[in-house]
Design a protein. Structure first.
Length: 136
C-alpha cells in the first residue's frame, strides 16, 4: 500500500516538520491546526476525555472547578460521529462514538471512546474504556 495523502493534526513544532517532510516527498498534505481547547497534555484516554469535557464545559459557560477530583453529574458532551449507531435508549455521557461504533438499547457509556467495530451490548456499560473490536 502506497501512501498518497497525509493528514497532520497540529502545526506546532512536530506537526509543521512532519507536514514539510511529507510535502517535500511529494505527498498531498492537509494540515489542521487549532488552538488546543485546554492547556492539558493529551496523551492518554483519560487526558483526552478530560480535555473534551473541559472544552465543552467552557462552551456551555459552566465554571471551571479547580478540584481535580470534582465530578459534574451532568454530561458535558456526547459526540456521535456520522455513521455511528447509537440507540436512543442508550446513555452516552462524556464519551465519543466513532463511525462504525454501536451502542445498543439500555447501554451506558461514560468517559469512553467506542471505536469503529466496537460494540456496547444491550444493558451493558463501558466506563473509562477504549472499546475496540476483538481481533483474532
Amino acid at each position: 500500500m502506497q501512501i498518497q495523502k497525509v493528514g497532520v493534526l497540529g502545526a506546532g513544532l512536530m506537526g509543521a516538520g512532519i507536514a514539510q517532510v511529507a510535502a517535500a516527498s511529494g505527498h498531498d498534505v492537509t494540515v489542521i491546526h487549532r488552538r488546543r481547547p485546554t492547556g492539558l497534555p493529551v496523551r492518554t484516554l483519560t487526558d483526552y476525555v478530560t480535555a473534551l469535557r473541559h472544552y465543552h464545559s467552557r462552551r456551555l459557560g459552566k465554571p471551571t472547578v479547580a478540584d481535580p477530583l470534582a465530578e459534574d453529574c451532568l454530561p458535558a458532551f456526547a459526540i456521535k460521529e456520522q455513521g455511528a449507531t447509537v440507540d436512543p435508549r442508550a446513555h452516552v455521557h462524556d464519551s465519543v462514538v466513532l463511525r462504525g461504533g454501536i451502542v445498543e438499547p439500555g447501554a451506558v457509556v461514560v468517559r469512553s471512546i467506542v471505536c469503529p467495530g466496537g460494540v456496547i451490548k444491550r444493558d451493558r456499560q463501558a466506563v473509562d474504556q477504549l472499546v475496540c473490536p476483538i481481533t483474532k
